[in-house]
Design a protein around this ligand. Structure first.
Ligand SMILES: [Fe+2]
Length: 292
């Protein structure tokens, strides 16, 4: 499960090595650098691409009014997401960075798990600037700007979620074995990507896959989906198939609960490997399959 069947780790590593981007501003100051780092070339978006964003935003925003976590939607409005245009990362960055120190970093291509979590550990979120085609409104095979900007970025303004996500990256980097990395990926899947929250006695979706997925959001709250109370050990042992609508969801009561679970994971890792920050040989793997 760790590796995508179509891309082996060697290929991922060679891609990463050949594509470490350093993005500078007009004065030569480094804006960001890292694996797959690119520039969001905003002027190159076509009207067709802005239209696709508008369709996705309008449909999903309306649906989420009924079933989405309201705190998330308000945060999206606050950082400046709107139906009209694909957002400029530099505009979004201002509000997010000021609130929690997080920032979106434009990245294109497939990051392996180690590189992905390295970004999170620095409060940087790899954010894909490109957008899906009109014929992919309901399904995409790789993350795009709608998934990343609409689905992920708003919650980075939430102080507890912001701390949870950074600690997630730091803890995942301490994985010494493939099994530990798989457990972190399961935890990511069932918290960041797909998650349900008990909001004032009502179940609301609050995962990035839900927020950006038309079908997933609706389906998750139906009776066809088994909803389990969030429990760290259950989650890290729960297998999943990323290519189907998810039959199992975990229900949290707050982001405090997620942060506490991550602290527990971090403590377990520290107990296992005292005095070591990261293994000398990092554990690699594909995160491709969990991020769309
Ligand atoms: Fe994602």
């Amino acid at each position: 499960m760790l590796e995508d069947p179509n891309i082996d780790v060697e290929t991922l590593r060679s891609l990463e090595k050949s594509a470490v981007g350093v993005i500078v501003d007009k004065n030569g100051e480094i804006l960001h650098q890292g694996p797959m780092a690119v520039r969001q070339q905003y002027d190159l978006y076509t009207e067709e691409e802005h239209d696709v964003w508008k369709i996705l935003y309008t449909r999903q925003r309306a649906q989420l009014e009924e079933i989405g976590y309201p705190v998330w939607l308000e945060a999206g409005d606050r950082i400046g997401l709107s139906a009209e245009r694909i957002p400029k990362f530099s505009d979004l960055r201002k509000e997010i960075k000021q609130k929690t120190g997080w920032q979106p970093v434009p990245v294109e291509g497939f990051l392996d798990a180690h590189d992905y979590f390295s970004y999170l550990a620095k409060r940087q979120f790899p954010t894909v600037p490109s957008i899906r085609k009109r014929e992919e409104l309901e399904f995409i095979s790789a993350p795009d700007v709608f998934h990343d900007a609409f689905g992920h970025l708003p919650m980075h303004t939430h102080p507890t979620f912001a701390d949870f996500l950074q600690l997630f990256g730091q803890t995942a980097l301490k994985s010494h074995t493939e099994e530990e990395m798989i457990q972190m990926q399961r935890l990511y899947w069932f918290t960041v990507e797909y998650c349900i929250i008990d909001y004032k006695g009502e179940l609301r979706v609050c995962g990035s896959g839900h927020m950006s997925g038309i079908k997933e959001a609706r389906y998750s709250l139906t009776d066809e989906v088994t909803k389990k109370p969030f429990n760290l050990d259950d989650v890290i042992h729960q297998e999943f198939n990323p290519h189907i609508l998810q039959p199992i969801m975990f229900v949290i009561d707050s982001y405090d609960q997620l942060y506490a679970a991550m602290q527990e994971m971090a403590e377990r890792m520290d107990e296992k490997y005292p005095g070591e920050d990261e293994p000398k040989e990092p554990v690699h793997g594909s995160i491709f399959f969990i991020d769309f």
